[in-house]
Design a protein around this ligand. Structure first.
Ligand code: SF4
Length: 568
């Protein structure tokens, strides 16, 4: 291959399509004698994707700002882009445990009128078709398992995972070894906490001098609600209940066509209280009288969960190295204040494509040429949008009230950090988690008064409004062949049974939104030990991010396994 894109999300799909268009433009200019350089011609371009089809693992709220898509394809609506609904009304609600207060003026970052409510999975499926029509090779069910380097540490491609290995590591009848896809440029657009991006960033120190990334977990359901319960085109964002004031979090409700509602809740994975369960927070959110009213007599139809990068501009890793570029959520392109990242992801992909054209023009795939990608990002509207909100998430490290004051001040000063708030993410989120014995987390606020309560365990799952994790996983249509090695590598299970049980009460049982981790009594020893139900995994990556000992390593399972988010 000439170029390999890892992950078929909005960033890489836009990148691949734009690359085709830009090469065509470039070659036409050379033909017409306007550009005095060599033609690039047909490149072999591949997109590898771990899901069983394009869109299978794509999950977002989502309200899309069409800015980048319009640049990529000005007639995207005429070309059949499956937008669901145009936003006609938006509101910001502050929730107490029983009441709702509507902000008299919707804060500007949350104004969405004229933008599109979409299923990002559907939009990616459609973009995938456009890529195939343009002659781009798409390989679903091909998880990239490893980055390949030459002897100077330049990236030369990726190795895909083996197929047909049983749970004991032996080859099955359908065994197929992974393949080495060599490329002049590799683009990693794997989404939040990509497993290859994680390897690459650590190996080449691409996060050196940057803030620690901050992550949040979004848990989402699609509902069919009774006619008249929630207007099509209505977009609501909420703050307050059920989060405590130290925890970053908020909810959304988007009205789609045919009385379908997208509803979800985001919890920051830098929470202090180890008893927090983001899935349970979402279930509690739905029990609020104003939310339950919307869902009454409705039917839940789909479920999913995914992490997002909420750290912002200061947490962006170096976006290039020899032979490789990072785009989309893998490159921390999300605007946390607007809760939007599809447009910035797509634009980053398009700028990567323009950089790659330059690399082929000069036949130089080293940092000398690829560094222009970061310059292009900083010269584009991505910078104009992300730089003024560079301190947005960091402001929440001192709790909700100081964050709200700070956010207001930042809005007036184009993002200046104020003396009474932390300017940066000094520690990774998992280090803020407080031990059950009350020790202060290194970067946290320290002792929270609700610690050691069991309120998170006491969410009533009535199977009408609220659902337990196993039921929800069923609605995520999750499937993995169980006769394969677990893709969740717990590097030291002894810690789980001893230190973690005592210090944090095994938070993996709570932060995983798919009931993958369970502490179970070993009948022989009487000890509670870790059981990993890996086949439930929805690939959200929370465990890789939030584990306080950092002993969980998420690697790609056999191709095609995971959730099915078609239409989500
Ligand atoms: Fe998410 Fe990890 Fe649970 Fe899988 S096992 S659903 S990646 S937290």
């Amino acid at each position: 291959m000439d170029v390999v894109f890892v992950g078929a999300g909005p960033a890489n799909l836009a990148a691949a399509l734009h690359l085709k268009n830009e090469i065509k433009k470039h070659d036409e200019l050379v033909d017409r004698g306007i550009k005095h350089t060599k033609k690039i011609g047909d490149l072999e371009i591949a997109i590898v994707e771990k899901g069983s089809f394009i869109g299978a693992h794509i999950l977002s709220g989502a309200v899309m700002d069409p800015l980048a898509l319009r640049e990529l394809m000005p007639d995207f609506l005429d070309q059949g882009c499956p937008v669901d609904t145009v936003v006609t009304e938006d509101a910001a609600w502050y929730l107490t445990s029983t009441k709702k207060f509507t902000a008299p003026i919707t804060p500007p970052p949350l104004r969405n009128k004229g933008k599109y409510i979409i299923s990002l999975s559907k939009v990616c499926e459609w973009l995938g078709e456009k890529c195939e029509e343009a002659g781009i090779n798409i390989f679903p069910e091909f998880p990239a398992a490893e980055v390949l380097y030459d002897d100077r540490d330049a990236v030369i491609g990726v190795r895909t995972g083996d197929k047909g290995i049983d749970k004991d590591g032996k080859k099955k009848a359908n065994y197929e070894p992974g393949v080495d896809l060599l490329a002049k440029v590799t683009v990693l657009g794997e989404g939040s906490r990509g497993s290859l991006a994680k390897q690459l960033i650590a190996r080449l120190g691409l996060d050196h001098g940057k803030d620690h990334q901050a992550y949040s977990l979004g848990v989402k359901e699609l509902w069919e609600v009774s006619a008249g319960n929630f207007a099509e085109g209505m977009v609501v964002h909420t703050l307050g209940f059920p989060s405590d004031t130290q925890t970053y979090g908020g909810g959304w409700i988007y009205g789609m066509k045919n009385n379908v509602v997208s509803i979800g809740y985001v919890t920051g994975l830098d929470y202090v209280d180890p008893l927090i369960d983001p899935h349970a927070e979402f279930q509690r959110f739905k029990t609020h009288p104003e939310i339950a009213k919307i869902l009454a007599r409705g039917k839940m139809i789909k479920y999913g969960a995914k992490t997002i990068n909420t750290g912002g501009y200061y947490t962006m890793p170096r976006l290039y190295a020899d032979g490789v570029l990072l785009v989309g959520d893998s490159a921390s392109m999300l605007n946390g204040q607007r809760i939007k990242g599809i447009h910035t992801a797509m634009k980053s992909g398009m700028l990567a494509a323009e950089t790659i054209v330059g690399a082929f023009e000069h036949e130089d795939f080293s940092v000398r040429t690829l560094k222009h990608f970061e310059e292009k990002v900083n010269m584009s509207w991505i910078y104009d949008e992300l730089y003024p909100v560079r301190n947005f998430h960091a402001a929440f490290q001192k709790g909700r009230w100081s964050a709200l004051i700070n956010t207001g001040l930042q809005f007036l000063t184009r993002g200046l950090a104020w003396g009474f708030m932390p300017k940066e993410h000094h520690v990774p989120g998992y280090e803020r988690m407080q031990q059950l014995n009350g020790d202060r987390p290194r970067g946290g606020l320290g002792p929270s008064d609700h610690l050691a309560t069991d309120r998170y365990q006491r969410v009533p799952f009535d199977k009408e409004i609220t659902f337990d994790k196993v039921t929800d996983v069923f609605y995520g249509a999750v499937a993995h062949d169980e006769d394969q090695p677990s893709h969740l590598h717990v590097l030291d299970t002894e810690i789980c049974a001893t230190r973690c049980a005592e210090e944090y009460g095994n938070p993996c049982q709570r932060f995983c939104p798919a009931a993958v981790y369970e502490m179970e009594e070993n009948s022989a020893t009487g000890r509670r030990e870790l059981k990993v139900n890996f086949s439930n995994c929805v690939h959200c990556k929370t465990c890789d991010i939030a584990d306080p000992y950092q002993i969980i390593n998420w690697v790609t399972p056999e191709g095609g396994g995971g959730p099915n988010y078609k239409g989500m």
